[in-house]
Design a protein around this ligand. Structure first.
Ligand code: CP
Ligand code: NVA
Length: 316
């Protein structure tokens, strides 16, 4: 009898998720970046590439988004597939349906799932019960798709990131933790400067050690000789109750022109966006010549298309 209990995909390939940056090896990222470069070139030439025709992506959002939603939805359509937006507010997930049950059902109806949520444990439990690949579109702990786009952008602009120094100024949040994982995989160093009380907790960053980052109390010292300076909002989604306290605590952690002057002359500035000019970054920096934030945002699209291609079709 014909067994229709699983997709042909699951039978032919080992199921793979992208929940943290270190779910992939350096070799896998290098292959992904090669595919992203090709996919980007084809897209810019208006050449049709529809390897995911008839495939469906479910995008589950528990937090707001502009870039992540748009890049996944447009990306899936550009690869010939369909994307469905689900908000936890409008689904039974918002009324307490167990995440395990939702995963079992949703993954019988679509080919791939992207989730943006709060605790990382939620996406882990979803993935454990999913028949199809699951992608982390941001959790409280990690933002791997963003760092994939950021490293792709760095390589496009400056070549290999191995051996380079990235200065992280601000909160040791989901972006910071993901940079730290990436540093282990790509062999670069992160100089982290956070206000007192907001330091990195290596045990909760999924790191294999502390060799690839150094902590600085003074943000200018962290920026000294950096090849890339990067920051993020003082208050991430889900931490809004701390906004006022954080404004006070992070007051000296604004990446301005004086801070950028400590970095190398050809240093780049990155920010995952959305940004708050006058808080974590000065307008002169984010809108200045060293900033690559718009390319960084665009590269979410190209790298995530390569990611979906890889998770669904394997190495091309
Ligand atoms: N950088 C990023 O993930 O942006 P969104 O919150 O708009 O998706
Ligand atoms: N650290 C930010 C990133 C937003 C894309 C947040 O989690 O809100």
């Amino acid at each position: 009898m014909l067994d229709l209990s699983d997709s042909t995909f699951n039978k032919a390939m080992q199921l793979k998720h992208f929940l943290q940056f270190n779910d992939f090896s350096r070799e896998e990222f290098e292959n992904l970046f090669e595919r992203a470069r090709w996919i980007k070139r084809e897209f810019k030439q208006y050449r049709r590439y529809w390897p995911l025709a008839d495939r469906t992506l479910a995008m589950i959002f528990d937090k707001q988004s502009t870039r992540t939603r748009l890049s996944f939805e447009a990306g899936m359509q550009q690869l010939g597939g369909t994307a469905i937006y689900l908000s936890t507010k409008d689904t039974q997930l918002g009324r307490g349906e167990p995440v395990e049950d939702a995963a079992r059902v949703i993954s019988r109806m679509v080919d791939i799932v992207m989730i943006r949520t709060y605790e990382h444990d939620i996406i882990k439990r979803f993935a454990e019960n999913s028949r199809v690949p699951v992608i982390n579109g941001l959790t409280d702990e990690y933002h791997p798709c963003q760092i994939m786009g950021d490293i792709f952008t760095y390589i496009e602009k400056r070549g290999s990131i191995s051996g380079k120094t990235v200065a992280w100024i601000g909160d040791s949040n989901n972006m910071c933790r993901t940079w730290l994982q990436a540093a282990e995989i790509f062999n670069f160093t992160v100089h982290v400067s956070t206000p007192p009380g907001y330091e990195v907790k290596p045990e909760s960053a999924g790191l294999s050690g502390t060799d690839h980052y150094k902590e600085f109390t003074c943000p200018e010292s962290a920026a000294r000789n950096a090849d890339l300076v990067t920051t993020d909002v003082w208050t991430s989604m889900g931490f809004e109750a701390e906004t006022e306290a954080r404004k006070n605590d992070f007051a000296d952690f604004c990446v301005d022109s004086e801070m950028m002057a400590y970095a190398k002359d050809d240093a780049l500035f990155m920010h995952c966006l959305p940004a708050h000019r006058g808080e974590e970054v000065a307008a002169a920096v984010i809108d200045g010549p060293q900033s690559v934030v718009w390319e960084e945002a665009e590269n979410r699209l190209h790298t995530q298309k390569a990611l979906m291609e890889y998770l669904l079709l394997g190495k091309i």
